[in-house]
Design a protein around this ligand. Structure first.
Ligand SMILES: Cc1cc2nc3c(=O)[nH]c(=O)nc-3n(C[C@H](O)[C@H](O)[C@H](O)COP(=O)(O)OP(=O)(O)OC[C@H]3O[C@@H](n4cnc5c(N)ncnc54)[C@H](O)[C@@H]3O)c2cc1C
Length: 446
């Protein structure tokens, strides 16, 4: 039986393992964390499971919706009313419908009309290649106005990409705007977003179970230390315990031999575990940079606002979005408490990454008070801070030429990670597509 090892038990790795096990391959998944799920992973909050990073689906997310159906989970996929807003100069503006846009006072009437036309144009736009060489900044200023950029998109781009904001391609912004539009009603007055009853852990567990049911193995708490290569062909993997030690009592060996390896790890990890990867490919991997995602989760006694997704259009704020999860899923799911994600993306050298969790939360408090003047620290029942080094690939102009291929120069070794999702922005839907694509490539090699 052909043996395939998948490094990484996130959505991409589990989807690939599921697809290959359906085709009769002997699959082993290696995940360094104790729990599966990667960026879509969860933790226990009260009596429920909750994502470490906010997660929802759009109605256009056909790949993951198809997989949810195939796994028999359709009944768990809920489509819930969502409210989007923008916080600007001390006020929250609802931002879903054309009427909201027309009422958006920070822009002049002429700019509101320009912005509306810009949205319409982008939603109809299909040929993203034509947007690839222009930065989001230049496109918005040229087709909208300087003020639209300064009030709306500039702060968001800088919030998400920091000093790299001015390099970000218009393709990225097009992907964001057209996706968001796809989850709105025909008259654009309402937005529905998808969420799995019981959290995204439901699909992660179902994938893992389906792999095991077909004879696949999944090892957690085990790290791929090095890909074993001989004569430019993959031989297997050297393993190490992520915590503690692999001793004689554990069933996990120090090395595993296999016919192919699919790595679903970030590009910088791939470079570490395959030091002999030829320079031309390594150079491509080095070129794509990531922003670190830093997400504070607050369990609050009271609600912060009525908005689910609040974009912060204020450069002085230390975060770019406030996602009040319990404005999508009712607080009753979490012991009656309100769950709020405060999200930010920073460069790997940002000093905030050196702060302890309580220091991060403390530094956010005055800004939460600006969003809701009655907010008090005593509302906080619990908090957590999660960081992901590879939270957001930086999609610059001409990105399609920078994307490393799935097939690496080492025979039998494949790469599938979020830097290869394009022209759309990374998301679980595209990780499912990635897992399906990579499994088709591996299948065709045998
Ligand atoms: C802040 C944030 C918000 C998001 N919001 C949404 C959303 O609303 N909707 C949506 O659809 N998507 C969202 N996403 C994106 C979505 O979570 C990702 O696209 C998807 O989970 C990526 O899956 P992956 O398997 O490719 O990567 P990962 O989830 O990163 O999985 C890679 C796995 O590899 C493991 N690993 C790494 N190195 C090793 C090693 N040496 N040995 C063994 N294992 C290793 C890691 O522990 C990890 O589990 C969000 C992501 C972030 C960061």
């Amino acid at each position: 039986m052909t043996k395939i090892t998948v490094i990484g038990g996130g959505i991409t790795g589990l989807t690939a393992a599921y697809e290959l096990s359906k085709s009769g391959f002997q699959v082993t998944v290696i995940e360094q964390d104790e729990n599966l799920g990667g960026q879509a992973g969860t933790f226990r909050l009260e009596n429920a499971l909750l994502e470490k990073y906010y997660h929802h689906l759009f109605s256009s997310d056909a790949h993951i919706i198809g997989l949810i159906d195939e796994l028999g989970l359709r009944g768990k996929l809920l489509w819930l009313d969502s409210r989007t807003g923008v916080f600007h100069k001390g006020r929250i503006y609802p931002f879903v419908s054309p009427v909201d846009l027309l009422r958006f006072e920070p822009l002049s009437i002429a700019d509101r009309v320009r912005l509306g036309l810009m949205y319409l144009r982008l939603r109809r736009f299909k040929d993203w290649h034509r947007l690839e060489q222009i930065t989001a900044r230049d496109w918005v200023i040229h087709h909208g106005s300087r003020r639209i950029y300064d009030v709306l998109w500039g702060p968001l781009l800088r919030g998400k990409f920091a000093e790299a904001a001015d390099e970000v391609s218009m393709t990225w912004l097009w992907g964001k705007i057209s996706l968001r539009g796809s989850s709105r009603s025909r008259d654009m007055t309402r937005e529905k977003l998808g969420y799995l009853a019981g959290s995204f852990q439901v699909i992660i567990d179902a994938l893992a179970q389906a792999v095991r049911d077909r004879g696949g193995e999944i090892w957690t708490g085990v790290r791929a230390k090095r890909v074993l290569v001989e004569g430019n062909r993959v031989q297997g993997l050297e393993l190490e315990p992520a915590n503690g030690s692999i001793d004689a009592a554990t069933p996990v060996p120090r090395a595993i031999h296999c016919d192919s390896v699919i790595a679903t790890v970030p590009s910088h990890t791939f470079l570490k575990i395959v030091p002999e990867i030829p320079e031309r490919y390594a150079d491509k991997l080095r070129k794509v940079r990531y922003q670190v995602a830093i997400c504070v989760i607050l369990e609050l006694a009271r609600s912060l606002s009525r908005i689910y997704w609040l974009n912060i259009s204020e450069e002085s704020f230390p975060f770019v979005g406030v996602i009040e999860h319990t404005n999508l899923v009712p607080p009753s799911e979490y012991g009656g408490n309100n769950v709020v994600y405060v999200t930010n993306y920073v460069s790997p050298s940002d000093p905030i990454l050196g702060l302890a969790a309580d220091e991060v939360v403390r530094s956010y408090l005055p800004f939460l008070r600006k969003i809701n003047a009655s907010f008090e620290e005593s509302w906080i029942r619990s908090y957590r801070v999660y960081r992901d080094e590879s939270g957001q690939p930086i999609v610059v102009t001409g990105y399609s030429e920078e994307i490393p291929s799935h097939e690496t120069p080492v025979a039998g070794l494949y790469l599938a990670n979020t830097t290869q999702i394009y022209p759309e922005d990374r998301g679980t839907n595209y990780s499912v597509r990635l897992g399906q694509d990579i499994s088709a490539i591996v299948r065709s090699a045998f």
